[in-house]
Design a protein around this ligand. Structure first.
Ligand code: NAP
Length: 243
């Protein structure tokens, strides 16, 4: 498939998990890929190898996307080495499960910075290029926690609900400029976040199993293809929350 031939996609947090799945799926659909990561360089290089084996270009790029200075450096490097970003997947996120009475101000600030502020910072940084070319796809990874609260805590749920407001604002402000903005809200996808950190199990999903990163990536590719869907949230959750 060459739907996105000539397009550059940036996926934040693509060293593993859902981000890696999205990076590979967008490469299969023809895009060249910027693979952002925070600390796991080796894993990011593995994602790049998977993409290169599909015949597409890929660069690993370290940046803490909660920091404006890192984001600015990342976008400059991508534009120099690959070209201007047309497809942005704001995926990087953290989920620190904590008992309710132990959540402190610094925990709140850290989660909001990585899960919500980052999506604003990266979107603002790529928007001038999208607007100049009058084409862009912004896809924000939210969570079912935005609706049902979830298992991590109020700071996580609030960050993911914030992502939906951000998505609606960009969708309505950019609708005349060939740029769509949508959210994908997974629940209980089999990644490190779920299997290492959250102590959850498949019986919590009505379907009876965890989701796969490919099932999330499939929706991301559809949203990147479709010019008429904007301002929407697509839930990928085995029936855990019905919208
Ligand atoms: P994961 O396996 O823990 O992977 C997280 C990714 O984000 C890694 O690539 C990590 O980079 C990167 N990252 C974390 N903080 C970052 C930062 N400050 N700057 C840049 N990159 C950063 O998580 P996942 O399960 O794939 O989750 C991906 C997204 O889906 C998150 O936004 C998460 O909240 C959301 N989500 C997941 C589920 C689920 O069931 N898995 C459900 C709902 C929503 P390093 O590898 O370098 O650390």
């Amino acid at each position: 498939m060459n739907t996105f031939s000539g397009k550059i996609a940036l996926i934040t947090g693509a060293s593993r998990g859902i981000g890696r799945g999205c990076a590979v799926a967008l490469a299969e659909a023809g895009a060249d890929i910027a693979v952002n990561y925070r600390t796991r360089e080796e894993s990011a290089r593995e994602t790049c190898s998977l993409i290169e084996s599909l015949g597409k270009r890929a660069i690993p790029i370290q940046a803490d996307v909660s920091m404006a200075s890192d984001v600015g450096r990342m976008i400059k490097t991508i534009e120099r080495e690959l070209g201007a970003v047309g497809i942005l997947v704001n995926n990087a996120g953290v989920a620190k499960r904590q008992p309710l009475d132990e959540i402190r101000e610094e925990d709140w600030d850290a989660i909001i910075a990585v899960n919500l502020k980052s999506a604003f910072l990266v979107t603002q940084a790529v928007l001038p290029g999208m607007r100049a070319r009058r084409w862009g796809r912004i896809i924000n990874i939210s969570s079912g926690a935005a609706q049902i609260g979830g298992v991590v805590g109020p700071h996580y749920a609030a960050s993911k609900a914030g992502v939906l407001g951000l998505t609606h604002a960009y969708a309505s402000l950019l609708i005349k400029e060939g740029i769509t903005a949508n959210a994908v809200a997974p629940s209980l996808i089999e990644t490190d976040m779920v299997t290492h950190d959250l102590q959850v199990n498949p019986t919590m999903v009505p379907l009876g199993r965890f989701g796969t990163v490919e099932e999330v990536a499939d929706v991301v590719v559809t949203l990147a293809r479709n010019a008429y869907i904007t301002g929407q949230t697509i839930y990928v959750n085995g029936g855990r929350y019905m919208s």
